[in-house]
Design a protein around this ligand. Structure first.
Ligand code: ZN
Length: 307
């Protein structure tokens, strides 16, 4: 009915777009109900944006509910400054054809509804805040470790944007002295993403990460580098929790291993994390799991309507 909002949610990734049509009470904060879902491969911008639009047209027609708003959580980098003429665009991505794509504008023009737009990781962080593992927290970090490494920051009760948006995967961390791997980031070589993303693990060990068994040195090194980066986030942002998603990040046992090493990386300097196990679950998997990004996109749309 018309007391409900119908939300078209897009989790726009470099390899696939996940699409969800949701319905939520216009009054606000309960978790939206999913009416339809699909996943399409990310090809060229024009083809991908159009296919996603066609899905929503058809799904809304079948549901008998016109779309009220779009919510998009996108791979980046993206322009988020509301006053910029480039707002809602993908900016300097090395992904062929995608630099300069006006993603928000496409759906605004085609459907004539408002569009909420943020990074995929900020969207996921927002969903975890509303309905997942970060409820009640004012300060936390959501990182995803998979094809790339990225992070959303919730600080003082708000998503952080600023100059552009946080890029937690591209910080440089101290290398292990015996690590000869050069790193694969096209911008920085051995930033965190260059050393510890899924493709970095694959290149370093010449194996699909999913096929590397528990107990292999790969996972010790992975946990070490992630803990080292998280120690830096702790020192700068003082988060109350770290949620770690993504295909690699959600590997069973990894969050626990990283959690134990964060205190060691801080050498006891932060009392709350001074010894392993003192703050169990400080690094954990997102409660919404792989749904966090899509639900977060829906939440951004919902928030735009409620405001
Ligand atoms: Zn980098």
């Amino acid at each position: 009915g018309r007391n409900d909002m119908t939300i078209a949610a897009i989790e726009a990734g470099g390899t696939k777009f996940v699409l969800g049509l949701y319905q939520a009470e216009a009054s606000g904060c309960t978790r939206p109900e999913q009416l339809a879902k699909a996943s399409i491969p990310t090809t060229t911008p024009s083809e991908t944006l159009a296919r996603a639009g066609d899905f929503f047209s058809e799904a809304a027609r079948q549901a008998g509910e016109p779309i009220d708003v779009f919510g998009i959580g996108s791979f980046g980098p993206v322009e988020l400054k509301p006053q910029s003429p480039e707002w809602g665009h993908i900016t300097a991505t090395p992904k062929p054809h995608w630099a300069g794509t006006d993603m928000a504008g496409y759906y605004h023009e085609r459907f004539n509804v408002p569009v909420a737009f943020d990074t995929d990781v900020n969207a996921a962080a927002y969903a975890e805040f509303l309905w997942g593992g970060a409820q009640g927290l004012s300060d936390f970090v959501y990182i995803t470790v998979g094809t790339g490494i990225g992070g959303g920051i919730f600080s003082g009760g708000n998503l952080v944007h600023g100059l552009s948006h946080p890029e937690l995967g591209h910080i440089r961390i101290a290398r292990e002295p015996d690590d000869p791997f050069l790193g694969i980031c096209p911008f920085h070589h051995d930033c965190l993403e260059g050393l510890a993303s899924g493709p970095a693990i694959a290149a370093r060990w010449d194996s699909d990460p999913a096929a590397i068994p528990e107990g292999h040195a790969a996972w010790e090194l992975e946990a070490r580098y992630l803990a080292r980066a998280i120690a830096a986030y702790v020192l700068v942002l003082s988060p109350e929790a770290i949620l770690m998603g993504g295909g690699v990040g959600m590997r069973p046992g990894l969050a626990e291993k990283v959690c134990d090493l964060v205190g060691e990386e801080l050498a006891g300097y932060i009392p709350a994390l001074a010894r392993p196990g003192k703050l169990p679950g400080y690094v954990s998997r997102p409660q919404l799991g792989s749904e966090a990004g899509l639900l977060g996109a829906a939440a951004l749309g919902l928030r735009l309507c409620v405001e």
